[in-house]
Design a protein around this ligand. Structure first.
Ligand code: ATP
Length: 196
């Protein structure tokens, strides 16, 4: 079974593209959603977060998400320490999830695929590309946030062109080229590759 990564900058349309693969019957692991769940459910990870941030990180076993977000928001050192425990836990969980799948290939969708080192466990990576102004507009509309808030999030990710150069395949989601034919063509290539 091939393990395929799917990444792209904030607002590039990763989740939208991932849903098209799901419609084609391909199982998708959504790393950001799973990471959020693991922070509440994975006892080992919870222990690590408590030892980094103290007992205040949890109330009655539930993550104080807002509090933790405020702690790491303007402190890149603390954010990096949090990522250093959350990313390995997510990579472990994705590995277990993949073992349970039976399709010719599976997809792991993650914003910080390269930043977290997750690509080391994957066979190929698909990048979703969209121009920055369009990504900003999409996220402002989707999340009801300001341009500055979107830019702050973007600044925590590696440069889009560097990210795209690291990918094996690119899907262009610029609202000019059609996405579904690109996904279908890639799906066929990946099925053929999985059969090799
Ligand atoms: P994030 O990294 O923030 O999770 P993402 O890369 O997963 O973002 P999506 O959530 O898939 O991006 O897309 C961002 C927004 O843009 C969504 O509201 C989505 O519906 C919209 N969008 C994505 N692609 C298109 C498209 N081709 N045409 C119109 N709207 C789109």
């Amino acid at each position: 079974m091939l393990r395929i990564g799917l990444t792209g900058g904030i607002g590039s349309g990763k989740s939208t593209v991932a849903r098209v693969f799901e419609l084609l019957g391909i199982p998708v692991y959504y790393a950001d959603d799973r990471a959020k769940r693991l922070m509440n459910e994975d006892e080992e990870l919870k222990k690590e977060i408590r030892s980094l941030f103290g007992e205040a990180a949890y109330t009655d076993g539930n993550l104080n998400r807002k509090w933790l977000a405020s702690v790491v928001f303007n402190d890149s050192e603390k954010l990096s320490r949090l990522n250093q425990v959350v990313h390995p836990a997510t990579i472990r969980d994705a590995g277990n999830w993949m073992k349970m799948q039976t399709s010719p290939y599976v997809i792991k969708e993650a914003a910080l695929l390269f930043e977290s080192g997750a690509q080391k466990d994957l066979d190929q990576v698909i990048g979703v590309f969209a121009p920055t102004p369009l990504r900003i507009q999409r996220v402002m509309k989707r999340d009801h946030v300001t341009r500055e808030e979107v830019m702050a999030r973007m600044n925590r990710q590696i440069e889009e062109d560097i990210k795209m150069r690291l990918c094996d395949h690119i899907i262009t989601n610029n609202e000019q080229e059609m996405v579904i034919p690109q996904v279908i063509s890639l799906h066929q290539q990946l099925l053929a590759r999985a059969r090799e």
